[in-house]
Ligand binder design. Structure first.
Ligand code: 8YV
Length: 329
């Protein structure tokens, strides 16, 4: 079995899960990266033959690296994640093994914030539904489209006032919106009102925007009670992770008319979207396109490669994620 570096940049690289095609090609052509087979049989054979060689993995938030895969890669030093969210990677297991993890922050903030505002306008003004109305030839037959809800000057609550949450707030300030937020911690120098629970925040606003990181700490943070507090005139916008919202409770509330509408870029079981959501005109469903522009994806690709190259050359990542402290003993 070969243990000498396979990549001309040093180390041996493994691609885990599908990646942007130009990135996958660079990994293959310039880094001589292996690709982890999808099917269980091929994967087992690949790992027993090559698992010992791998020093760096490149993956995305869609796939990630779990503890089982990490244990089959004993020389792994870094997991380089394409995307800001890395909830599909087991960071506790990575910390235990001394494996560093990087993501692609900042470069996608503007596009994801644009998407949140776009979803908010779309769901409140019903542009997608009104577009369908025109295309279905209903305007000359049924007359003017029903009136919708004003976006400017509304009260918006943001769950997760990090980079993306703050960029959403900045945009909505220009719309005259009043911003308040809920976060793990109060942000000392924030100009916005901090609300200590998601439920209380939901009860105070017209629109609740979810911008919190996914993972076990935020699982179903927007639960039945939060949705009930948002109420019949409230709108939910989610550009974070489907796991942050109790999707079943959301569908039930929308079906019963207990929520005015929802704008969703992310879902609990992507790419599967509950049929009921797709059928409602007061719901806008997008196929997880938050960062999906040519410019932003190119910047994400470049930052992913900078992290990989830096790790292979120096052992340090450019944009490492904060790691949990190693369990003692
Ligand atoms: C990406 C995202 O589409 O960055 C993230 O966390 O959700 C999106 O920007 C996705 O992770 C790429 O696979």
């Amino acid at each position: 079995m070969s243990t000498s570096p396979r990549s001309p940049h040093g180390g041996t690289v493994l691609q885990v899960g599908p990646l942007k095609s130009s990135l996958a090609q660079i990994l293959r052509d310039d880094y001589a990266a292996y690709v982890l087979p999808d099917e269980a049989d091929g994967r087992g054979e690949f790992l027993s033959t090559h698992g010992q060689e791998i020093t760096a993995v490149v993956t995305s938030g869609r796939t990630g690296v779990d503890a089982g895969l990490m244990s089959a890669l004993p020389k792994l030093g870094a997991i380089v994640n394409f995307g800001v969210g890395y909830d599909t990677t087991d960071v506790d297991a990575a910390a235990e093994r001394g494996v560093a993890v990087s993501n692609t922050p900042d470069v996608l903030t503007d596009c994801v914030a644009d998407t949140a505002v776009g979803l908010m306008i779309d769901v409140m003004r019903q542009f997608s539904a009104a577009d369908r109305y025109v295309r279905a030839g209903r305007w000359p037959v049924d007359g003017m489209y029903p009136l919708t809800r004003q976006v400017s000057n509304t009260r918006v609550g943001i769950i997760g006032l990090g980079r993306i949450g703050s960029a959403i707030a900045k945009r909505l300030i220009a719309f005259g919106c009043t911003i308040s937020y809920h976060n793990r911690h109060r942000i000392d120098d924030s100009p916005f009102e901090y609300v200590s629970s998601a439920e209380e925040l939901a009860g105070r606003v017209d629109v609740l925007v979810v911008a919190a990181a996914g993972g076990p700490g935020t699982r179903k943070l927007v639960d039945r009670k939060v949705i009930a507090a948002l109420g019949v005139d409230g709108y939910l916008v989610n550009i974070a992770r489907g796991s942050v919202v109790d999707e079943e409770a959301l569908v039930e509330a929308l079906r019963a008319g207990r929520l005015a509408g929802a704008g969703l870029d992310v879902f609990a079981d992507e790419p599967n979207v509950p049929e009921e959501l797709s059928a409602m005109d007061n719901v806008v469903v997008l196929p997880h396109v938050g960062s999906g522009t040519v410019q932003t994806r190119a910047a994400m690709e470049a930052l992913t490669l900078r992290n990989l190259e830096s790790f292979l050359a120096t052992g340090a990542l450019v944009t490492p994620v904060p790691m949990p402290a190693k369990a003692s003993g």
